[in-house]
Write a protein that binds this ligand. Structure first.
Ligand code: TRP
Length: 334
């Protein structure tokens, strides 16, 4: 709780391009959350360096992500969109929380095991303590709710454990965060394998629609989407390819599944795929135009970056100072 409003915190990695899945599953549902919550959306660049990054590329991607969030409609005055590395309290609190986290707990993290297997030449200590930095992100802002996907549930759980452990020793210092359960968008699946989630790291570029894809690319990818040999627009678990396209069309047009099925009654897959492609392209185009416009105004984005880092820093330093005092570090005079 900050300033009388509940706090919502989310962090996002600047690796890989955002997909339509990220848009309908997350971003698009966040646009009005600031009415109810004090919202923080942090570009977690310190997390990114747990995997080796090309410096110029990392900087470019981080800025592109921040710009995309704004272009997609997250208003930067109402939502604090900022870089983790600009608010040094994240790293400072992470160190302290490292001293309240057990090796055994971190050893159990499935994402650590997966990433360690994938990057066996660089199993660094940062990769191991990644969940502690994430806990610091969340706890710094006394966050009440955190929107997370299934893959991050375990990390949120450890953040809660750390908060509870700390509170049991020092009193009520941290708000114990809950997963955000709100309006969830449709789960968007791969266009090439509808059994898999659409992913920004899919090796097959035709499997995912990126928010940066131009209209021709979008339409081409939908034309090639895997369906079945039937030719009827029916919403059924036995037809996962068509079901996914119906979900996408329904999200893009705000029509219900029933309305969509009715609209395409008697029509074939070709017509339907084209309609889905056009509907998605017409959602993405204004976002892309806005990105282009924002990219021309460097000073505006720089101003947001600075103001929001200051705003985040204000709240973060309050929590950090409280923690430092509780654990017996000398009182801060600067
Ligand atoms: N680990 C998250 C992911 O990869 C990103 C993240 C970092 C995050 N800090 C966070 C998400 C705090 C929510 C809250 O998706």
């Amino acid at each position: 709780m900050l300033d009388g409003k509940k706090t919502l915190f989310s962090g996002m990695q600047a690796t890989g391009n955002l997909t339509l899945g990220n848009y309908f599953g997350a971003l698009n549902n966040w646009l009005t959350l600031n009415e109810e919550y004090q919202c923080f959306y942090c570009v977690v660049d310190l997390h990114s360096i747990t995997i080796r990054q090309d410096p110029a590329e990392l900087r470019k991607r981080a800025r592109a992500l921040l710009t995309l969030y704004i272009a997609a409609g997250l208003e930067p005055v109402k939502n604090c969109i900022y870089y983790q590395s600009h608010v040094s309290e994240h790293a400072e609190l992470c160190w302290i929380l490292n001293c309240f986290t057990y090796m055994g707990e971190l050893n159990r993290m499935t994402q650590f095991k997966d990433k360690a297997a994938k990057h066996s030449d660089n199993i660094n200590a940062g990769l191991f303590t990644y969940p502690v930095l994430m806990a610091a992100d969340i706890l710094l802002f006394q966050s009440d709710v955190v929107p997370v996907g299934a893959d991050q549930k375990q990390h949120l759980e450890i953040a809660r454990d750390i908060a509870e452990r700390f509170n049991s020793i020092y009193g009520d210092v941290f708000t114990v965060p809950q997963p955000y359960i709100g309006k969830v968008g449709a789960k968007i699946m791969s266009l090439q394998d509808p059994a898999k989630k659409m992913s920004k790291s899919d090796e097959n570029a035709n499997a995912s629609i990126f928010l940066t894809d131009n209209p021709d690319t979008v339409i081409r990818k939908f034309k090639r989407a895997v369906t079945d040999s039937d030719n009827q627009i029916l919403y059924s678990e036995d037809k996962p390819g068509i079901k996914n396209l119906i979900d996408i069309y329904s999200s893009a047009t705000n029509k219900t599944v029933e309305e969509v099925v009715k609209e395409f009654d008697g029509k074939g897959y070709g017509d339907f795929k084209l309609a889905v492609g056009e509907a998605v392209a017409s959602i993405l185009k204004p976002i892309q135009n806005k990105v282009e416009e924002l990219n021309k105004d460097k000073a505006y984005i720089d101003g947001i970056i600075k103001d929001n880092a200051e705003k985040a820093g204000y709240f973060a330093s309050k929590t950090l100072h409280k923690v430092q005092k509780k654990i017996g570090l000398p009182e801060r005079i600067r």
